[in-house]
Design a protein around this ligand. Structure first.
Ligand SMILES: [Zn+2]
Length: 190
């Protein structure tokens, strides 16, 4: 299997996933920030976003790829592809999924108001969308790909981490977060 966006082989990604996560080269902080950029800049597609990144970011993709090539002890060409996938595709795909989810929710349940959360809310509570009725926030939604329903080790760890954050959300606000799955653009709650 290869990525629809950049063509990288998923096996190559799998082999280096742990090192990439540990390296913090694509930390949630920078990814959260990039999602806000996507909302603001209205890129046409992921290559448009990639171009913006290479022009505007102090650490260019090649610098990050060089660092990753050393850390992971892999060829620079591979490091370049893997870096572009994590920084560009993952951010782009996540942003695109969230925008489609917002549209779908607005069409299906029009009496509510849906808005993207701030990056602080996202880090603290693992939420994507705030749901309001008139002026009152009534709940939160997190949007996930279909693969989220699998049982791989990394998914189990991610689900546990998410549960902890959703418990903190409930303690702080009395509100719950429900999961919306993107099943080929058919959004379903689980
Ligand atoms: Zn990709």
């Amino acid at each position: 299997m290869t990525c629809n966006c950049c063509g990288v082989d998923y096996n190559k990604l799998r082999e280096t996933n742990k090192i990439w996560n540990q390296s913090k080269l694509g930390s949630p902080k920078s990814v959260g920030y990039l999602i806000e950029i996507c909302e603001r800049e209205h890129f046409y597609d992921s290559s448009d976003f990639k171009l913006w990144f290479n022009i505007n970011r102090p650490n260019k993709l090649t610098d990050i790829a060089e660092a990753f090539s050393v850390i992971a002890n892999i060829a620079l060409d591979d490091a370049q592809m893997i870096t572009e996938h994590h920084i560009i595709c993952e951010v782009w795909i996540g942003w695109d999924r969230e925008s489609r989810a917002l549209q779908s929710l607005q069409t299906r349940y029009p009496k509510y108001i849906y808005s993207p959360v701030t990056k602080e809310e996202d880090y603290k509570y693992a939420v994507d969308i705030k749901v309001s009725l008139a002026d009152t926030v009534v709940g939160y939604i997190q949007v996930k790909p279909k693969s989220w329903q699998g049982n791989a080790d990394y998914l189990i760890t991610a689900k546990q981490a998410m549960k902890v954050k959703h418990n903190i959300l409930f303690q702080d606000t009395g509100l719950k977060c429900i999961i919306l799955i993107d099943n080929n653009n058919n959004f379903e709650f689980i």
